[in-house]
Ligand binder design. Structure first.
Ligand SMILES: [Zn+2]
Length: 380
């Protein structure tokens, strides 16, 4: 980092077991009628019409906030809500798993690493940042996806998913894969507004430990797959998605009276991931090119203008795991957790951990979790 104190911590070593209690979260049942009413009311906010919502403390408000988090118009099959909130100790921990990229015979080492990460880090939320399966290698893509989310289902840990360029290369399209995800009791993934490109443009809110007002917004975007052949390379996030993010963040600001700090998750890195590596502020590993789209469609500029996003987390490039800061936004790779997809000798499979604090959510900690057999296993 240039110009003073490094604002974040990073440890390229396996994290020792934490002493915090098992993931703390509550499930709040939302009456179907109330949820659908709120969904109808708040759908406008999602597509740009600001609908004021009172955030004052109170049980009804907590339910309303939970409904807002789960109230994308196309997610009305979700009749219950999982209300994400900080723990009483003021922390909220997210584990990012990226690019397992396997078929229905998921490599047991991939699942073992995921389980070891979950049991050690005790996250409050898991985010899967794409290429969760390798669709083209699947005989049964639904089974492959169910196996990837099973470690979280078994541990009752909520999880949110975005898709990559390989998930839907088999028999199941993104919308079908999203339906599979929505079978899960702890799934928080949503299709998102139907007028947006892709499947899986949505947000979740993390509330104060007492369940009152939101402290952090988590945005999830579908970064697509491949650009048109005439352009080549990978797809870019579309203007309509950027507009949706900006309008949603603006509506939060109008409701809360201040900018709501945010993190953003998607699969394919932005061109700015290369910029942040080139400017020398990044720490971590870069073992392959930044496979960003050839066009810069302006999402990063929108984030800078809105001023809410403090961290962007992507996958796609399995053997990059660096993090660097550009214009006040930290850009981070997660690395790959998958043992049956490409890697690099001497670069073990891994996961990223993010720890937010309720009293200063912009200044999150993050580190890379390496497998406990690091250094002993020659098969990387
Ligand atoms: Zn990818």
């Amino acid at each position: 980092m240039t110009g003073g104190v490094n604002p974040f911590t990073f440890a390229a070593v396996a994290r020792v077991a934490l002493t915090t209690a098992k993931a703390s979260w509550t499930v709040r049942a939302i009456a179907g009628a109330l949820a659908s009413t709120l969904a109808g009311t708040l759908a406008g906010a999602l597509v740009g019409t600001v609908t004021p919502v009172a955030w004052a403390a109170g049980p009804g408000t907590a339910t309303a906030a939970a409904a807002l988090a789960g109230a994308a118009p196309v997610s009305q099959n979700q009749t219950g809500g999982i209300d994400l909130h900080f723990r009483p100790d003021g922390t909220f921990t997210i584990v990012q798993f990226s690019d397992p990229q396997d078929n229905e015979s998921v490599n047991p080492r991939t699942l073992a690493l995921m389980e070891q990460v979950l049991d050690t880090e005790r996250p409050d939320l898991v985010v899967l940042t794409g290429d969760n399966i390798s669709g083209s290698e699947c005989k049964d893509a639904a089974l492959a996806l169910r196996k990837i989310v099973a470690p979280m289902e078994q541990r009752h840990i909520p999880y949110a998913v975005v898709f990559g360029n390989h998930d839907d290369e088999g028999r199941l399209a993104r919308a079908q894969l999203m339906k599979v995800l929505q079978e899960g009791a702890y799934n928080l993934s949503q299709s998102g507004p139907t007028n947006l490109p892709g499947v899986g443009n949505y947000y979740l809110l993390v509330h104060r430990h007492d369940g009152s007002e939101p402290v952090v917004a988590l945005y999830f975007l579908d970064s697509g797959a491949y650009a048109p052949k005439a352009v080549g390379g990978y797809d870019w996030i579309k203007p309509a998605q950027i507009d949706w993010y900006r309008e949603t963040a603006t509506s939060f600001k109008a409701q809360l009276g201040h900018v709501l700090p945010a993190l953003m998750f998607f699969h394919i890195p932005l061109p700015e991931f290369d910029t942040v590596w080139q400017n020398g502020t990044a720490i971590g590993s870069k073992n392959e090119d930044v496979c960003a789209p050839k066009f810069n469609s302006g999402l990063f500029a929108a984030m800078v203008e809105v001023g809410d996003v403090k961290g962007v987390f992507v996958g796609h490039d399995h053997v990059n795991d660096y993090i660097g800061e550009l214009n006040g936004i930290r850009l981070a790779y997660g690395g790959s957790v998958g043992y049956d997809t490409y890697g690099k000798q001497g670069f073990p499979r891994r996961a990223r951990v993010i720890r937010l604090r309720e009293d200063n959510p912009a200044n999150f900690e993050t580190w890379i979790h390496l497998p406990p057999d690091h250094g002993l296993d020659p098969s990387w």
